[in-house]
Ligand binder design. Sequence first.
Ligand code: FE2
Length: 347
Amino acid sequence: MLARQTRDHLFSLGLKSFQCPPGKAWGTPHIPLNLRGLMAGERLTFSLYLKASDNQGEGVKYFPYLEAGEVLDSKWLEPLSKVEIRSLYFHQADLERVLAYLNNYLQLLEVEGPAQIQKKLNVLAEHLNLTLRRVFAAPRLGPHIQLAQKQVDRIIEEFQRDKLSLKLVWEILSRNYSLYSHSVNVCLLAVAMMLFLKKSKGDSRLLGSAALFHDLGMTRIPEDIFYKSGNLTPEEWEETKRHPLIGMQMLKRCSTLPAEGIQLVREHHENADGSGYPEGLLLHRQHPWTRILRLVDAYDALTTHRSYRQAQSPFAALKCLQEQEGPRGPVYDPRTIKDFIRFLALC
Ligand SMILES: [Fe+2]
């Protein structure tokens, strides 16, 4: 077996000499997976590679280290940890398999109870990281989406320092996978759009964090309403409209989101003409970035496939957003829509 031969070979030479600086693999077909995302005793559904110099002066290569189908033995990971190798790499074609593997791991950890919480949060951070990688490749998010990569990495790093942030991300994922994917998409779009508009990196991260949590309050909406496939009754609709305020309450102890970020979560359904909720604020009374969050949230919802409707094309979605009128004028700020069209490079 090639991977076994490579492991023996690498161990006999000493792993330290093979280690390369982290972060060089971006832009290559290989993606890092932190060792903490691996389940000892479980069968791997994808192959993993060790990033290393080939010692021939030909640069970085990816040596097969673990093969799909092998049952992972923790003794294969220990030598890596000892020389501070934190990640192995998988081929980008296996991204969906890796996400399914991590999802399975998260479910298994949930069954084992609260003692596994730290482990679960570590695996979740890895899942979040890779979900973002997947979204970067989506054409409907436009060519400028790559702008967001570094700043979104920083957001995840901050979340890993604050357990509560990751726990709240876990609440979104465990409530519903579509809600989680939507939150990740909106985060990426918001950060990239802010950078496109030449806002500061710190401001971009602030809106990105708020965007990741914008629908957090939906996790507290009763399941019979959340999963209802038909039209909501007026009472059910009123209940759903509470989610910005519920999210705001849930985020008050979250150190990664300052007051401005919480304001953005509260206002993410406010419309340009004052016809939104919960307060019906006119544009000039809203936080200046609410209009961006409002727009990217709606755009992602329209361009994503749902069980009850087809995804719209980017053109169709933008047309729909441009034409949406409230009682006192456009629902979405026309200037922000214009900027967004330039951002998506659709003009
Ligand atoms: Fe919402």
